[in-house]
Design a protein around this ligand. Structure first.
Ligand SMILES: [Zn+2]
Length: 403
């Protein structure tokens, strides 16, 4: 055989072998899809409750604050396609106009929009202000403390965004922490791996490519647990889609018309991955006031709905005198009973002050008697989905604070 032929053959073998992992990952996504269908088919009807559940997303950007090309039409259509009930917009600020005043607000296409702001403080801390201040047209550097104080004085909510970079944990008055952010998770993607995964799997499983990079936000959950411990306050966990519709690669013509493009986070896909499930008292209508009240109270949980519909999950407590739900405080009488209901058989981990104290498989309904004060929360997993998704949380509850 000629030398160049040998070289060519060797090259071909190398290329073929290099593709084996990606072909295998495509096969695994097929298996995952079947397992997800199985989970959804095993769902139980949710139990009777004093609360109604509303599903939506938080942390969405449009073209207004730069960074994104997405327009309002696309956002409304994507929310409708996902049957969401609410969307919390969080626009970047601009020193030329007030993005909170200009973004989606009120009901559009049957979906409730809240006009929030993503604020960047002088020390690069970032906060989600919900709703944003429609009057303060100002992106001058301020400290996190000042912004939180101003936000709370106006009876709005303030959440720590990108907790991995946040420095002002001792500031007083913030309401919660965005413990998971799709964009942050996506930053860990190896572009070469994603390119070949895309080549093999994008056509058949465009949404499930998320499974290849979704990881439990260990560091952020730890920071949140620690902040609850050190402040002795209730802090609400939220998840951010951080949807920009700009993650991916595209080739545009001179006029900006796309010629070729793969978008990994179009709004419709991003809204499918992770959602916030908010619980409103049965006698309340969904509006800005009731939504913000429930969100501020931590009456909500994070659901990675792409891997199975998490609707119907509940985490509650009773001490014989009163009954409370996630986000609430409950008084420690002799003992407190915590109840967990999962929508499908799953692995449930009960954590106390950030540490796992119970870990059980195949749980549908479970009660725990707790004999100590502390903040208790649960993470729910679906091991039946296989690795790596089965090792990542499907549901992250808000805590119940036994005081
Ligand atoms: Zn953002």
């Amino acid at each position: 055989m000629k030398r160049w032929k040998k070289l060519l053959l060797a090259l071909l073998v190398v290329v073929l072998f290099s593709q084996i992992p990606f072909a295998y990952r495509r096969y695994k996504l097929g298996r995952l899809q079947a397992a997800i269908q199985q989970v959804n088919s095993q769902r139980r009807n949710s139990e009777k409750s004093d609360y109604l559940e509303y599903t939506g997303v938080m942390h969405v950007h449009s073209f207004l604050g730069g960074h994104s090309t997405g327009n309002f039409e696309q956002i409304i259509a994507a929310a409708q396609a996902n049957q969401l009930r609410f969307v919390v917009m969080t626009e970047h600020t601009s020193d030329r106009f007030n993005t909170a005043a200009m973004t989606l607000k009120g009901t559009h296409g049957g979906i409730l929009f809240i006009n929030g702001t993503e604020f960047r403080a002088g020390n690069a801390d970032r906060l989600l202000l919900v709703p944003g201040d429609e009057l303060a047209n100002d992106s001058r550097p301020s400290s996190s403390e000042d912004v939180i104080t101003r936000t709370k004085a106006a009876a709005r909510l303030a959440f720590v965004a990108y907790p991995q970079e946040f420095k002002s944990w001792t500031a007083r008055g913030y309401d919660g922490v965005e413990v998971y952010n799709v964009y942050t998770d996506a930053l860990q993607i190896n572009p070469v791996t994603m390119f070949f995964d895309g080549l093999w799997s994008y056509r058949s499983y465009p949404d499930l490519l998320f499974a290849n990079f979704y990881r439990r936000p260990d560091r952020n959950l730890q920071k949140w647990d620690e902040a609850i411990g050190s402040t002795s306050r209730r802090l609400v966990a939220t998840a951010g889609n951080d949807a920009h519709a700009n993650v991916g690669f595209s080739l545009n013509s001179d006029s900006g018309k796309p010629l070729f493009g793969v978008t990994l986070d179009p709004y419709e896909r991003s809204f499918r991955l992770v959602r916030l499930h908010v619980l409103l008292p049965n006698d309340k209508q969904l509006d800005a006031e009731s939504l913000l009240a429930s969100l501020g109270a931590g009456h909500c949980f994070i659901g990675f709905d792409l891997f199975g519909d998490t609707s119907g999950f509940s985490f509650s407590a009773s001490n014989g005198v009163e009954h409370k739900i996630q986000g609430d405080e409950i008084l420690f009488e002799k003992e407190v009973k915590l109840s967990v209901n999962t929508p499908a058989p799953s692995r449930v981990i009960l954590l106390k002050d950030g540490k796992a104290i119970k870990d059980e498989n195949a749980v549908g309904r479970k009660e725990y008697l707790v004999a100590e004060k502390g903040s208790y929360r649960v993470e729910v997993y679906l091991p039946q989905l296989g690795k790596p998704v089965g090792d990542q949380p499907w549901i992250i509850s808000n805590p119940i604070y036994v005081r």
